[in-house]
Design a binder for this molecule. Structure first.
Ligand code: MTE
Length: 326
């Protein structure tokens, strides 16, 4: 995310086909400088993750049965190609370049896998991933996905509403927030051996955001199970927020009263906030958020408030100053 959002016109092929190490090192240096400037910890210089592991192609995925959700839960826009969705990724635990996660995801083992749901709930439960897949009806939802780096995609996710899971564990009245945690295991996620971010990756939502019907726990895309690079076996998708809120490979969901810490706000608090709602009116300190590059298209398009989901979610933020609560 510390990378420039403005790749050159040949960017997609360039980024996929090889990694410019000088660019990577200067990114890492910038990131370290940001950490210093913002008073954060001085994390080690990122050198990329280079262990030879099996890459994850679509043959590693298995079909999933899901019913298609229509508007307002699906947009009528051309989905980004499956190849781009599965080879142009951000997953820093699997490397820093866009093509590293697909190349290195073979080390992530998704069975057995459990998700602990605990904290301020009446029925704390540890769910096996296969229980989740059968217990909650799966839907296909075609969502816009907008990264804070100013690129975007349209992704046909398969999953179920987070609200269904939360209702099953019965939140207590004092619960106001939900914290999410990614697997911590440097053997499976070798990028965690390097201190480019504080690990494990953590994210959070207000409880009303978490219960919003658009908020999805995704277990697949393009009708098949998720691949490691996309956050297998289960990840969050919050389509009106910048992509970094959509935490991957989740192992714990905890209901809390207080607002939980979140990885990018810990790393660079002046650049990334807790809310992270897509907002073309509030620029990132180092680049504009007014427009975006849809992966697979040449021209830029205007970025929409709340990523185009304003009718459904703007009321959640009535009375909140969104330029301060960014
Ligand atoms: N989750 C974890 N655990 N680690 C990460 O590095 N990157 C985030 C988000 N979730 C990230 C993560 C960012 S910056 C983006 S844009 C999206 O994942 C990218 O999701 P995708 O690769 O499936 O498109």
């Amino acid at each position: 995310m510390a990378r420039s959002p403005e790749p050159k016109s040949s960017e997609i092929t360039r980024e996929r086909d090889y990694l410019d190490r000088r660019e990577l090192l200067s990114t890492a240096a910038k990131f370290t400088a940001t950490s210093l400037l913002t008073g954060g910890a001085l994390w080690g210089l990122a050198g990329g993750v280079r262990s030879p592991t099996q890459s994850q192609g679509r043959s590693a995925a298995t079909p999933l049965l899901a019913s298609r959700s229509e508007a307002p839960f699906s947009v009528d826009e051309e989905p980004t190609s499956e190849r781009n969705v599965t080879t142009y990724n951000n997953f820093y635990e699997l490397g820093l370049s866009k093509e590293d996660p697909a190349r290195l995801a073979g080390s992530l083992k998704t069975r057995p896998w459990t998700v602990v749901v605990d904290g301020l709930v009446n029925k704390p439960t540890t769910f096996g991933i296969d229980d989740l897949l059968t217990r909650f009806p799966l839907e296909e939802r075609v969502y816009r996905f907008r990264c804070v780096e100013a690129w975007s995609m349209v992704i046909p996710w398969v999953g179920f509403p987070l609200a269904a899971l939360l209702q099953a564990v019965e939140p207590q009245g004092s619960a106001k927030h939900v914290a999410f945690t990614t697997l911590l295991d440097p053997k499976q996620l070798p990028g965690q051996a390097r201190a480019v971010l504080p690990w494990p990756y953590v994210e959070g939502l207000r409880l009303d955001e978490a219960l919003h019907p658009l908020t999805l726990l995704s277990v697949g895309l393009y009708g098949k199970t998720l691949l490691g690079q996309n956050g297998a076996p289960i990840r969050l998708v919050v389509p009106w927020k910048y992509g970094f809120k959509s935490i991957k490979s989740v192992v714990r969901i905890t209901l809390l009263e207080a607002q939980p810490p979140t990885t990018w706000a810990l790393a660079a608090p002046s650049e990334y906030g807790f809310f992270a709602n897509v907002n073309p009116a509030v620029d990132h300190p180092r680049w504009s958020q007014a427009s975006e590059r849809r992966i697979g298209e040449l021209s830029r398009r205007d970025t929409l408030p709340f990523n185009g989901y304003g009718d459904q979610v703007a009321s959640l933020y009535a009375g909140l100053d969104l330029s301060r609560n960014f």
